[in-house]
Design a protein around this ligand. Structure first.
Ligand SMILES: *Cc1c(COP(=O)(O)O)cnc(C)c1O
Length: 343
């Protein structure tokens, strides 16, 4: 089976499995797991932040960032197409007592500055308004098709946030893909945000985990929230050992995923019945539409022929490349889609 539903299907590497069995361990709730500490120090350094916290998932990392920075009754500004808003079970409302302020997302995954501005009340002293306390961006932007936010935009949001006195959180689930595609470092991509979340468990191939990095004081509060949410893990070094390999050894190979995604897009774009612009493929995500076939039928028939892809809202299909998808798999996938749409 060629698995293109998500890069979360990546399995741990041999090297990760070996590291997991030999990592030095301790009780991380006491702050005594040396492998977790090393992963946190490495992640803070890589993203140019003071501190980092190891978390079980990207969802919990985003929620910890929100709960550490947004008071009850305040608002968190999110994209209306963001993972935080759509796919994280309304954690900010349920756990943080915060209101989501969804801002319309443009084609490039950006929240336009006028949309951000409209989220702030004209008179902040008027007691009927909840006040925005955090702006959340996503890079790469998943529902925009793995699009990378450009540096000028990130800087503009930073300046906007500074004028309003609110912090910026970056949901960088695919931060390393963003840095690679932008031809820069993860530190540079993270620079304009106060806190950054990135997933170890997607293209980086670790089995479990995400990192939240940021100012020491904020990360300290996030650690308390992590415990409250039940995310305090004991000998978590077993997982952090794989995470260390994910951040130090795996970013180098993401270029292969990006090349495969482009190859897939170029192949699919040739097929009658498939609508796709390969120029919009910047990282490891390919979105396309079908001219005359209901997605349910398409997904079922490609699966029967050995290819798994996912429905992705707004009538689109998503295919994601990752370490478990070879160049030959990509060519085979194009062939399978060609057969299904020709039926
Ligand atoms: C996958 C993802 C998350 C959530 O990560 P989990 O580890 O699955 O909870 C958050 N944001 C984006 C953009 C993602 O793609």
């Amino acid at each position: 089976m060629i698995e293109m539903r998500s890069d979360t299907f990546t399995l741990p590497t041999e090297q990760m499995l070996a590291a997991m069995t030999s990592a030095p361990l301790g009780d991380d709730v006491y702050g005594e797991d040396p492998t977790v500490r090393e992963l946190e120090e490495t992640s803070a350094q890589l993203t140019g932040k003071e501190a980092a916290c190891f978390l079980p998932s990207g969802t919990m990392a985003n929620l910890c960032a929100i709960m550490a920075q947004v008071p009850r009754g305040a608002k968190v500004i999110v994209g209306d197409e963001s993972d935080i808003y759509l796919y994280e079970a309304a954690g900010a409302s349920v756990c943080a007592g915060a209101a989501y302020e969804p801002v319309r997302t443009d084609e490039e995954g950006r929240l336009p500055l006028d949309g951000l501005a409209a989220a702030f009340p004209a008179d902040p002293d008027d007691p009927q308004f909840a006040l925005p306390a955090l702006i959340c961006l996503e890079n790469t932007h998943n529902r925009a098709g793995g699009i990378v936010l450009d540096e000028a935009y990130l800087r503009a949001v930073r300046d906007f946030a500074d004028e309003r006195g609110v912090p910026v959180h970056l949901d960088g689930a695919r931060l390393f893909n963003a840095a690679l595609a932008a031809g820069t470092t993860v530190e540079a991509v993270a620079r304009h945000a106060d806190t950054v979340q990135f997933c170890l468990s997607k293209g980086l191939s670790a089995p479990v985990g995400s990192m939240l990095t940021g100012p020491a004081e904020v990360i300290g509060r996030a650690r308390r929230v992590r415990k409250l949410l039940g995310g305090g893990m004991r000998q978590a070094g077993v997982l952090a050992a794989a995470g260390l390999i994910a951040v130090t050894r795996m970013p180098q190979r993401l270029a292969e995923d990006h090349a495969n995604a482009l190859r897939l897009a170029e192949g699919l774009a040739q097929l009658p019945g498939v609508t796709l612009d390969p120029k919009r493929v910047q990282t490891n995500i390919v979105l396309f539409r079908l001219a005359d076939m209901p997605w349910e039928r398409f997904v079922a028939e490609t699966a029967d022929l050995g290819l798994r892809v996912a429905e992705f809202g707004h009538g689109r299909i998503r295919a994601v490349t990752h370490r478990g998808v070879s160049r030959a798999d990509v060519d085979r996938a194009v062939e399978i889609v060609g057969r299904v749409v020709a039926r």
